[in-house]
Design a protein around this ligand. Structure first.
Ligand code: FAD
Length: 178
């Protein structure tokens, strides 16, 4: 019997499946040979809770509870330096305010990041809250939770069609009882 079908084994699918697996039989179908093959495997792995649109910031802040709980150990300290070139002053001012950054003298920033070209950089700012995400650990924690709850993760399963009948869910050549 299947209660939840998740198509896609990136961080969105795996994290949703981990939570849904608490409530019913869950199946994740991933097209590639392993999880997080696409966008999730290319992330810069930065957790900066004030970065992005208001909805992204709200989600990032909400995730803090998990980072302090089930995902404990996934975050570690990491620097974040915002660089402003000529003509980028307005965006820099916006980010400085909205991301709650602290302005740093360009000379001090160059000491932290020696490859910084201080002849073209006019302003810099840093964040006290930026963290590094161990994205592999995060994915494995969610995947383990799915398995522990009796859920299933199948790779090499690209879904090209879904047909829901009364008792079956047919994804390509495989059928799942629901
Ligand atoms: C260059 C780059 C840097 C980034 N840096 C950061 C960062 O520093 N911090 C941060 O928080 N975010 C960052 N992001 C954003 C973050 O990586 C993405 O928001 C996140 O990985 C999206 O996850 P996802 O699960 O939605 O997508 P994906 O990881 O793309 O997962 C979707 C999955 O669905 C599978 N799939 C698709 N179609 C089917 C099908 N028909 N059947 C079966 N499976 C299917 C795909 O194979 C894939 O594995 C970055 C993104 C990029 C591109």
């Amino acid at each position: 019997m299947l209660d939840y079908l998740i198509i896609g084994g990136g961080i969105a699918g795996i994290s949703a499946a981990a939570r849904l697996s608490e409530h019913g039989a869950t199946l994740v179908l991933e097209a590639e040979a392993h999880l997080a093959y696409h966008t999730s495997g290319r992330s810069a792995a930065l957790y900066e809770q004030n970065y992005g649109s208001p909805s992204t910031v709200a989600l990032a802040k909400a995730a803090r509870t998990d980072f302090d709980g089930m995902l404990s150990g996934v975050l570690s300290p990491r620097g974040f330096l915002l660089v402003c070139l000529q003509g980028e002053e307005a965006q820099f001012e916006y980010d400085l305010e909205h991301m709650h950054l602290s302005e740093v003298a360009v000379a001090d920033a160059a000491k932290l990041v020696p490859i910084l070209d201080s002849s073209s950089v006019i302003r810099t700012a840093s964040s006290a809250t930026a963290r590094d995400i161990d994205t592999d650990m995060m994915l494995q924690i969610f995947a383990r939770r799915i398995h522990a709850n009796g859920g299933t993760v199948e790779t090499n399963q690209q879904v090209t069609a879904i047909d829901k009948t009364k008792q079956e869910l047919a994804c390509d050549h495989r059928k799942w009882t629901i």
